[in-house]
Write a protein that binds this ligand. Sequence first.
Ligand SMILES: NC(=O)c1ccc[n+]([C@@H]2O[C@H](COP(=O)([O-])OP(=O)(O)OC[C@H]3O[C@@H](n4cnc5c(N)ncnc54)[C@H](OP(=O)(O)O)[C@@H]3O)[C@@H](O)[C@H]2O)c1
Length: 214
Amino acid sequence: MKIAILGGTGPEGAGLGLRWARAGHEIIIGSRDAARAQKKAAELGTKVKGASILGTANRDAALSAAVVVLTLPAHGLATTLPPVKEVCRGKPVVSAVVPLTFGGARLYTPPPNGSAAEEAQALLGPEAKVVAAFHHIAAHELASGHPIDCDLLLCGDDPSAKTIVAELGKSLGVRVLDVGPLANAGPLEGITALLATINRRYKIKNSGIRITGI
Ligand SMILES: NC(=O)c1ccc[n+]([C@@H]2O[C@H](COP(=O)([O-])OP(=O)(O)OC[C@H]3O[C@@H](n4cnc5c(N)ncnc54)[C@H](OP(=O)(O)O)[C@@H]3O)[C@@H](O)[C@H]2O)c1
């Protein structure tokens, strides 16, 4: 699968790209700055023998990919998504974005739409098949050499897109659980605020989540 990762120069996107490249997927790192994306792609390429990892500007990355993954700060969605709206038409668009505000009274600070994923859907229009996923797999966990110790919870309104994203999850070796419509993205993203709090309190970097009873 050809996967574009917008904001893939950061630790979360680069970590996903690295794991997917190891699983045999083609990766296109996207950035606001094509040169920065190329540099990150070259760096990741040294870690996976025979991998296909390229870097380019966000729009060009989204244009040539079958699946588009968003790993950028929530406050960047409003400027990043309108220019890629046309090239995301009909494609699964995976949002791993979590609207967190550090240092304030409330860590999880969703937009008026209810979640970053629903904001992405509103900005991209109904023809993009937005799926919320990967919020609970920390960048630190992705960068580690060991198997990912976390369930993958995903939600979205398009069944075919969820099937594709579930396959991407399984290719990382994680158990995948479908947690319903995109309207559940808020609770999904909010769990990341709990994990971030646990990380701080227990001085760790990679707490995750597992669902029991299933
Ligand atoms: N880090 C984690 O462990 C983790 C875990 C779960 C979910 N997440 C979520 O995943 C997303 C990415 O996390 P991260 O830690 O990799 O974030 P990050 O390093 O802060 O940002 C990732 C990339 O986004 C781009 N970016 C920064 N500001 C932007 C803006 N205003 N507009 C457009 N692009 C911008 C930058 O790339 P360029 O400058 O190259 O464009 C940056 O390298 C966040 O929403 C985060 O909440 C992170």
